[in-house]
Design a protein around this ligand. Structure first.
Ligand code: MRU
Length: 356
């Protein structure tokens, strides 16, 4: 199955439960809006494009669950649910963007049955589009890789972070389709270990030769010449760096991305960021992007076992900003771009929806 989809029999959202990986490959059915929000917060579903689909299906779920008789009251209640879904995680722009896309569809409806049908159809279209554009990103990105090369990746920007295929790992899968034997070094990605728990599983399933390393070994791997490219995803790309980064764009991605960009720069390793246009936020500057801070317990404990004094202060940011000067290639469904980026190119494509 896809990472996230609509279960037509149960009329609800079904997703691969990524909190259970690698021990179990199971699914979770979100039958209600609180269940969907909890799934986003706990990272049952995660990764920017998959969160976009979760947001889109969330509006459809709200539209199909709400029992109001009066259309005005109904539309208001569904929009409030949609807003709650959009706020479940702040950094990945796809979540709020796709909630907004489907909410816009809702606003054009004039009856409850029409809203129920059109919101689900819009969500399905968003999910289908995600898969198509990931293949396009993969094909463009694979052109940057040669047979026999090794890619380092961080976190999980694969099929499980999208509806299917993936962005960063999609580039690897597309390279394999081009008969290039590309293998992957997967960073463990502390503290939630998306690299060891998720990336390794899906790479092995795709038959990609995979080596897991602790995050702290990435510098050594580059010193030893084991890495031909760092390829990883993005939660939000902004074109205006704000006070800290000035004119240049910024890639917000999993905490540790910045460190790997600096290391790649130091070792002349190309730093490649594949991401769809829906992850590019042309409206905001870096100053306006909220970096999610997660529960201190994620560091004080490891899988339920104490890892630090219970009262130690913890700073647990989930993402970091990497300035475009450290990015060699941004790969989207429309091609490969070498920073500095031309704002007009991205504004032209980003005409589908205004992100709230
Ligand atoms: O906290 P997560 O697991 O949702 O973080 C995911 C990432 O940082 C990914 O690299 C990003 O969303 C791109 S997914 C194609």
């Amino acid at each position: 199955m896809r990472t996230i989809e609509w279960d037509h029999d149960r009329d609800c959202v079904v997703m691969v439960d990524q909190t259970k990986l690698p021990a179990e490959y199971t699914t979770y059915h979100a039958e209600t809006i609180p269940e969907l929000i909890e799934s986003i917060e706990l990272l049952r579903v995660r990764g920017a494009p998959a969160l976009g689909a979760a947001g889109a299906y969330g509006v459809a779920l709200a539209a199909r669950r709400n029992e109001a008789d009066d259309f005005g009251a109904y539309a208001e209640a569904v929009a409030a649910d949609a807003e709650a879904v959009a706020s479940a995680r702040p950094t990945a722009v796809n979540l709020s963007r796709e909630v907004e896309t489907v909410t816009t569809e809702l606003r054009q409806c004039t009856s409850i049955p029409e809203a129920r049908e059109r919101t689900l159809a819009a969500a399905e279209e968003i999910a289908d589009t995600d898969v198509e554009r990931n293949k396009q990103i993969g094909d463009h990105g694979a052109d940057l890789l040669a047979d026999g090369q090794t890619v380092m990746t961080h976190c999980n920007a694969g099929a499980l972070a999208t509806v299917d295929w993936g962005t960063a790992l999609g580039v690897v899968y597309s390279a394999h389709e081009q008969d290039k034997d590309v293998d992957v070094i997967a960073n463990e990605t502390r503290p939630l270990n998306q690299g060891s728990r998720i990336t390794t599983v899906e790479l092995q399933e795709h038959g990609v030769e995979t080596t897991l390393i602790p995050d702290n070994a990435s510098g050594l791997c580059m010193q030893e010449g084991r890495v031909d490219a760092v390829v990883l995803g993005a939660d939000r790309v902004v074109l205006d760096g704000g006070e800290r980064f000035g004119d240049q764009g910024v890639v917000f991605n999993k905490i540790g991305t910045y460190k790997h960009a600096v290391l790649a720069d130091r070792h002349d390793v190309p730093f490649v960021v594949p991401a769809p246009h829906s992850t590019i936020d042309t409206e905001r500057s870096a100053d306006e992007v909220e970096i999610e801070r997660r529960d201190p317990q994620e560091l004080r404990e490891i899988y339920g076992t104490q890892n630090a004094p219970e009262d130690v202060d913890v700073y647990n940011p989930a993402f970091d900003p990497t300035p475009m000067e450290l990015v060699d290639y941004l790969v989207t469904e429309t091609g490969v771009y070498e920073p500095p980026l031309d704002r007009a190119t991205f504004e032209e494509v980003d005409d589908r929806v205004t992100v709230e």
